[in-house]
Design a binder for this molecule. Sequence first.
Ligand code: ATP
Ligand code: MG
Length: 599
Amino acid sequence: MVLRLSTLFLRTLREDPADAEVASHRLLVRAGYIRRAAPGIYSWLPLGLKVLARVEGIIREEMEAMGAQEVHFPALLPREPYEATNRWTEYGEGLFRLQDRKGADYLLAPTHEEMFTLLVKDLYSSYKDLPLSLFQIQTKYRDEARPRAGLLRGREFIMKDSYSFDIDDEGLEASYQLHRAAYLRIFERLGLEVIPVTATAGAMGGSKSEEFLHPTPIGEDTFVQSAGGYTANVEAVTTVAPDAIDYTDAPAAEVLDTPDTPTIETLVASAATVAPREDRPWTAADTLKNVVLAAVLPTGEREIVVVGVPGDRTVDLKRIEANIAGHLETGGEVAVEAATDDDLKKHPGLVKGYIGPGLTTDAAVLGAESVTGLRYLVDPRVVSGSAWITGANEHGKHVFGLIAGRDFTWDGVVEAVEVREGDEAPDGSGPLVAARGIEMGHIFQLGRKYADALGLKVLDRNGKLATVTMGSYGVGVTRALAALAEANHDDRGIIWPRNVAPADVHLVATGKGTEVFEAAEKLAAELESSGLTVLYDDRPKVSPGVKFGDAELIGVPTIVVVGRGLADGVLEVKDRRTGEAQNVAVDEAVPLLRELTAH
Ligand code: ATP
Ligand code: MG
């Protein structure tokens, strides 16, 4: 069916929406693809649905090609399954919770691990039924702290989520690799550059995980690459810890007066006078900075921890957040932030600016009673035998030559500082370079966490009940659409890749006589019957300038103009990307356009 602009439910806008920060948001609204309903929540107009269907179609085909089967779950779900995995609480403020008229708790699902696990538990009982991969293309709800950039970070958005079920680890690895390959094909077909990077599993649990990041300066994720092919989200970069150092002959630690040295800079300056080194000057890297942080649980409860990092490095809260699970009283997702004055008041042992790794000033011995009484975590560079200048837990005093593992100990090692460009890749493949990206997809080896919590077991080869191992895999469908608009636009509008454009040809009729409209009408019908889709600007009494402007804004990659040239038997075929135009004989238009738009 030819889409006619005279009747299409569409009003293009001259003005940018006031809240639009990025081009895709601006252009998708102006070109009449979406309308904002509430913060992070959008309505879809006819043109938007066309593109969405094409994006979904590509994803669906590739998921089916890798052997996954499509199902569809409700978005409105009961509390119980999420209670069983603890995510009702752990998901924190990101979860939309609601009640029915009887007061029973429900949620709008942010992701569906629980439901898929229960569905398979309901229907399958033997290893012979496995492997199994199921997927859906479905609406998700997350009460994002900062919905932004239109569809890129919505509170309601469409995700393709799939889940794999296997009897053993090898099976899981195989299902994971099938998904990984399918994802690479999906993004290739969408024409969206992605880089698979090592990621952290975060609160999802599980072990191996990769994200597919689309490189762009407006991305919210930072990732690093090395020349030798290492790629990782900065959150997942592991520090190569230096070797432990033999401290047998290291002199005893010494507490020295260092008045007015609450910062690393002032401390390094003071160290040069109170205890000058003979071999080289002191640097910030010789100091151990102890930072007090609050890990905030979804319940709002705060657990205060002290993190020790080399003084020349900057603490990275996101990296700590992504890696701190397992080092806290409680598991699950936490937000990590700087401790507040209120937090500090509750721990009088903490002497601001002079905090040390929990030793007393007069008992510099391993196992000495911790002054702070708090959990103490260190950066991986703090290895046994390394010597530090650090706070002595007394105002105006620092301790020099404090040896890790001899004079102080720690409760855990955590990735705590910013990755710097030039840092060595953990696999030795060269120095790291950083860039920004948008997360387009994420694949996880979940393992048995959900199957355990919900009792998904099947009979194994020996007739014994075995817990199924799972993977979980997501692609942001609406986010992909926005990322495509973002990656393919100029100052006049969107330039869709052919695979997802709302039509193959944008046909414009310009002129006053009936001939142009008749000829265009005929061409539209011919193009459609030859298998192409046509968006036909048949609006009478709309100026050519307005029509061209709309065509460029809407972004169909091939624009055909039937107008003045018709008298000479020609029409104009324009490439939206290059702006190049050629005159084509009317008779030759259909075969040429079929060739041009082939994809
Ligand atoms: P992000 O880090 O961007 O918040 P996430 O890690 O929370 O994403 P996943 O739970 O891994 O997201 O979800 C799978 C995919 O769903 C993501 O890779 C992304 O493409 C998409 N997605 C997640 N959150 C949103 C959102 N708020 N709006 C649009 N798409 C989203
Ligand atoms: Mg993710």
